[in-house]
Write a protein that binds this ligand. Structure first.
Ligand code: MSP
Length: 640
């Protein structure tokens, strides 16, 4: 394969029925990493991402929220844009399928497809009737055999039966051609496991697929039959060409589609659309196919599938608030090897942050800078040839930029980052072994300078290799040594003695402050403990008198940080109770609340204070919430 000096990388365009989560962020950060690394290597790169805004799923979400679909899209798209800004994505374009430019390009493509002849001499697009079960969660037809207990296994909802006129794309005649292209690696599908899966699908055969819907109105009308709306996937896939001028800028399109290496990135959930339907559509339209399609793994969170109902979808912006944007990028891409399925364990975020970023990298920066300040008058010292251990560590570093870039070219993102981090660790070891503080004590001032120069030089090389994963932090690191952005190139990492001696060293604060793992709020709430109870009879329950009470006064119990003393009105009497809620509720918040109490509990003395009754609250781990009465129920009313 000839490697074109232009690189075009895409992410899937994400549905706007909900705000982004770390699954979306994972693909986007990976694409950003690739684009930034190829730019470092001098390849002209274009990074595309965007949002998928049409179709039943979006229309239904909007209707449920009492909004127009466009209003919902306009709101959620800002969440995506904002999140990508927070995470420092360097996308060159953001495509929305509701953009007029995209709509026009899709209509142009549909017109071309409608006029195309399939390899078997028949028309590529034809009208027919579709009858089947449709899952709006997947935005696709599913078969009876896909269902589990009558529901879509992925979305846990029953599919809707549909029978309507549709236009179809004649897929059959393209399958054999596509199979040959995949076999010959003219269309590269990676990793190999996914390539085999695709070859399997191409061998067993797939039915023609429908490209329009009669019943769905939220979408792009077919140019040759406006009573039909383009099927959301047929609308979405062409984003990869609409964004680079298929409809309106032939020069730009030629530059980024025909004369660039085109790479699509995604997870396996949408493999069939990208590796079969999309290439077949491109062939029918007489367009070149993408060069490589990389399907990375799908991850679970703390061992569970991510889902809204499980409440475990982590908002990347919340994660960035705790760890910082660059550490979020690093932590997400380092949980498991890129390309296989994995699990993201929240409790490992802080551990990995502290070990890799605070200890290995952050400390290295402070150490080198502080010693240059202490031993070298705050400037980068001159290099020396006779530094102990220098040759060994240089030997490791000399081939590293190319080795790391080779990983990048082959989508081994985790290995690429590990390569750069190994250099950081080797530099720490080099300093430990050379022990400049000892040399300083022995009066070997020039060797101290030599050791620190080499350490700084290794750190400079590491900074370049780490730039694509942590761009902002790397800029901070480089500014400590007065390094200029224009030297953020792979060539500069390949060149030795590029650290400019004489530069002033300025260290303001630590680059990655250590985190106290225990003080970090959990992003995925802990699950409620399963409660096991003995069964009680109706009569047993009837013996407990539950009543509404209004809080009249509340104060803290001295020297008991968990207790509040409450005066309550039970309608026919006033009482005092002691409640263990002082860490969750301030006394003044309690006044006026209508709470629920067990009124016939035996009186008790707590910390020398009498308590006659017990209030009810829900507990989950450290969280506690009072049971209160909603509406106008007077104190004393009984609960049944
Ligand atoms: N709109 C379609 C894509 C159209 S592209 C022409 C869609 N959108 S999506 O919002 O559901 O995004 C799916 C993609 O999000 C996955 O392919 C993957 O890139 C990313 N991920 C979502 N959850 C993920 C994980 N749990 N793990 C890894 N990637 C995840 O499908």
């Amino acid at each position: 394969m000839t490697v074109l000096n232009r690189f075009f990388v895409t992410t899937p365009i994400y549905y706007v029925n909900d705000k982004p989560h770390i699954g979306h962020a994972y693909t986007s950060i990976a694409a950003d990493f690739l684009a930034r690394f190829h730019r470092l290597a001098g390849r002209d790169s274009f990074f595309l991402t965007g949002t998928d805004e049409h179709g039943t799923k979006i229309a239904e979400t909007a209707a449920a929220a009492g909004k127009t679909p466009q209003a919902l899209c306009d709101e959620v798209v800002e969440q995506y844009r904002g999140t990508w800004r927070t995470l420092g994505l360097s996308n060159d374009y953001f495509v929305r399928t509701t953009d007029a430019r995209h709509v026009a390009a899709v209509q142009k493509l549909l017109t071309v497809l409608n006029g195309a002849t399939a390899p078997n001499g028949r028309e590529a697009v034809y009208a027919g009737v579709y009858e089947g079960l449709y899952c709006t969660g997947c935005e696709k037809f599913i078969t009876e055999s896909d269902l589990v207990d009558g529901m879509c296994p992925d979305h846990k909802m029953p599919p809707t039966p549909l029978k309507e006129k549709n236009y179809f794309f004649r897929l059959q005649p393209y399958l054999a051609i596509l199979k040959e292209m995949v076999e010959k690696n003219e269309l590269v599908i990676l990793p190999d496991e996914r390539r085999r899966e695709v070859l399997g699908l191409l061998t067993t055969g797939l039915p023609d697929f429908s490209i329009s819907r009669e019943s769905e109105k939220w979408g792009i009308p077919l140019p040759f039959d406006p009573t039909q709306t383009a099927y959301v996937w047929i609308d979405a896939l062409p984003n990869y060409i609409s964004a680079i001028g298929y409809g309106d800028d032939p020069q730009q399109f030629d530059r980024w589609w025909n004369k660039a290496e085109v790479v699509h990135l995604m997870a396996k959930d949408i493999l069939k659309f990208h590796t079969i339907y999309w290439p077949a559509m491109l062939m029918a339209a007489g367009l070149k196919l993408p060069d490589r399609i990389f399907i990375h793994g799908f991850f679970t969170i703390n061992g569970e599938k991510m889902g809204k109902s499980l409440g475990n979808m982590i908002d990347p912006r919340k994660m960035a608030e705790i760890y910082g944007a660059d550490a979020t990028r690093y932590l997400l891409l380092n949980q498991y090897p890129f390309g296989v399925d994995g699990d993201v364990k929240e409790r490992e975020f802080a551990t990995k942050y502290n070990s890799d970023l605070a200890n290995d990298l952050g400390n290295l920066v402070s150490r080198v800078a502080k010693m240059m300040i202490q031993y070298c008058d705050g400037v980068i010292p001159a290099p020396r040839a006779d530094v102990p251990g220098q040759n060994e560590v240089m030997e490791m570093a000399v081939d590293l930029p190319d080795a790391v870039y080779n990983h990048v070219c082959n989508f081994r993102i985790t290995e690429a980052i590990a390569g750069a981090m190994n250099l950081v660790r080797a530099t720490n070891k080099f300093i430990e072994d050379a022990a400049p503080w000892k040399l300083a004590k022995n009066g070997q001032q020039e060797t101290v300078g030599g050791v620190l120069y080499t350490a700084g030089e290794l750190l400079r090389i590491a900074s370049i290799l780490l730039y694509p994963i942590m761009p902002e932090k790397v800029r901070e690191i480089r500014s400590v040594f007065g390094l200029e952005d224009k030297n953020l190139t792979l060539d500069s990492a390949r060149t030795w003695f590029n650290l400019p001696h004489g530069n002033r060293v300025t260290l303001k604060e630590s680059i990655f402050p250590r985190l106290d793992a225990k003080a970090i709020p959990m992003l995925v709430p802990p699950k409620a403990e399963p409660v096991t109870v003995d069964l009680v009879s109706f009569d047993d329950f009837g013996r407990v008198s539950l009543r509404v009470a209004r809080v009249i006064a509340a104060e803290r119990v001295p020297k008991a940080d968990k207790l509040l003393k409450l005066q309550i009105d039970l309608g026919d009497e006033k009482r005092q109770i002691i409640a263990g809620i002082a860490q969750q509720y301030a006394p003044e918040e309690m006044i006026g609340k209508s709470i629920i109490v067990v009124a016939n509990l035996q009186p008790a003395t707590i910390r020398g204070i009498e308590s006659r009754g017990m209030l009810l609250a829900a507990k989950n781990g450290g969280t506690l919430r009072l049971l209160t009465v909603d509406g106008d129920i007077p104190p004393g009313a009984s609960i049944g």
